[in-house]
Design a protein around this ligand. Structure first.
Ligand code: NAP
Length: 334
């Protein structure tokens, strides 16, 4: 396992983090808690110590399952959770006020069965609350020892700068994978320049980069891929063709899987950690395949060419953005 340092956290942090959104069940067509607990424990056994969760993932359920899985093993884990979404009437929206943060920290500590959170991240920027209020409250929690380090998620550079004026920031968490690369233009170079760590979420593009997806792959219940624009024909076929081309490239050039290439590509971008969402232990079985090799400048170029050939109608992950604090809460995407 490759590791990195996140300022404020003493333990070296694994460069693959386990993403536990699906473990909450909500928006992933349900989930199986026993399998989830086994997955979290297997991740720890395999060298992953970073576990990323959020209160909104299953409205507390993901954090509860993480807390149960880490019973007796808390010291082996680096817990990253989030703050600043609320869900009155079951419809999440943004709220980064100091009062909301105070309520949420106690709820998260209880659900996670711990006395501190290693990395506490603002889940989405909330334009209705001054950056100073949010940042200062998180800094208070840090000084009280309830959290060790602070992150922001889904922030642009202006929002990040405004936040950093009032609290020490360690992490930016942003969507980043072979198919979703908006941060190449701003957040990633900014992080390189300022010493921030980038937690790259959706490392497998919600399974599109896993090697498992086919045109006939079906989703059920409240699975977000039923409405994710990348998974709708005819665009879905373009992404599947791109995944197939990348899979051939990974096999011929490195003898590796598409999934290993997807992770390696993130890790070779600089100060990055790949958040890999999994909910069954077999899904992280191929973990080690991502290590012991690197992509060259020519490899990056070849990959860009493959993607440009296949994806003529790209779309980003914007569909996930939750509504602002003061708007009517519509369909929620975390
Ligand atoms: N800050 C934010 O706003 C934000 C937003 C999104 C995500 N995140 C974080 O980033 C993490 C990762 O993103 P994500 O969970 O959305 O998606 P992801 O990592 O791109 O994809 C996860 C999905 O890929 C499939 N998969 C994983 N391993 C596989 C394997 N070995 N073979 C076949 N399929 C496999 C699984 O789907 P199936 O189980 O359905 O097969 C899994 O649920 C999240 O869990 C969360 O912690 C944060």
């Amino acid at each position: 396992m490759e590791t990195t340092r996140i300022s404020g956290i003493e333990t070296p942090v694994s460069r693959i983090g386990l993403g536990t959104w699906a473990i909450g069940g909500w928006m992933w067509g349900g989930t199986d808690d026993d399998a989830s607990i086994e997955t979290i424990r297997k991740a720890l056994d395999s060298g992953i110590n970073l576990i990323d969760t959020a209160p909104v993932y299953g409205f507390g359920h993901s954090e509860e399952v993480v807390g149960r899985a880490l019973e007796g093993r808390r010291s082996q884990a680096v817990i990253a959770t989030k703050v600043a979404l609320e869900w009155p009437d079951g419809k999440p929206r943004r709220n980064a006020s100091a009062a909301r943060i105070r309520t949420e920290i106690e709820d998260s500590l209880r659900r996670l069965r711990t006395d501190h959170i290693d990395l506490y991240q603002v889940h989405w920027p909330d334009a209705s609350v001054p950056a100073e209020e949010t940042a200062s409250e998180l800094d208070k929690l840090r000084r009280e020892g309830k959290i060790l380090s602070i992150g922001v998620s889904n922030y642009d550079i202006g929002q990040t700068d405004a936040f950093r004026a009032h609290a020490p920031l360690s992490v930016v968490q942003s969507p980043y994978n072979l198919f979703e690369r908006a941060i190449d233009a701003d957040i990633l170079p900014y992080a390189r320049d300022t010493g921030l760590t980038v937690l790259a979420y959706g490392a497998l593009c919600r399974g599109l980069l896993s090697g498992r997806m086919r045109a006939a792959t079906a989703f059920s219940g409240d699975d977000l891929r039923l409405s994710d624009p990348k998974f709708q024909p005819p665009r879905f076929q373009q992404y599947l063709a791109a995944a197939a081309a990348l899979q051939r490239f990974a096999a011929e050039r490195f003898g590796k899987s598409l999934l290993a290439l997807a992770i390696r590509w993130i890790l070779d971008q600089g100060p990055t950690v790949a958040l890999w969402g999994a909910r069954r232990p077999d899904q992280i079985a191929g973990l080690d395949d991502a290590f012991g090799w690197r992509l060259s400048a020519q490899d990056f170029e070849a990959i860009d060419g493959l993607l440009a050939d296949q994806i003529t109608d790209p779309v980003g992950p914007e569909f996930m953005a939750p509504p602002p604090n003061n708007a009517e809460s519509g369909v929620m995407r975390p």
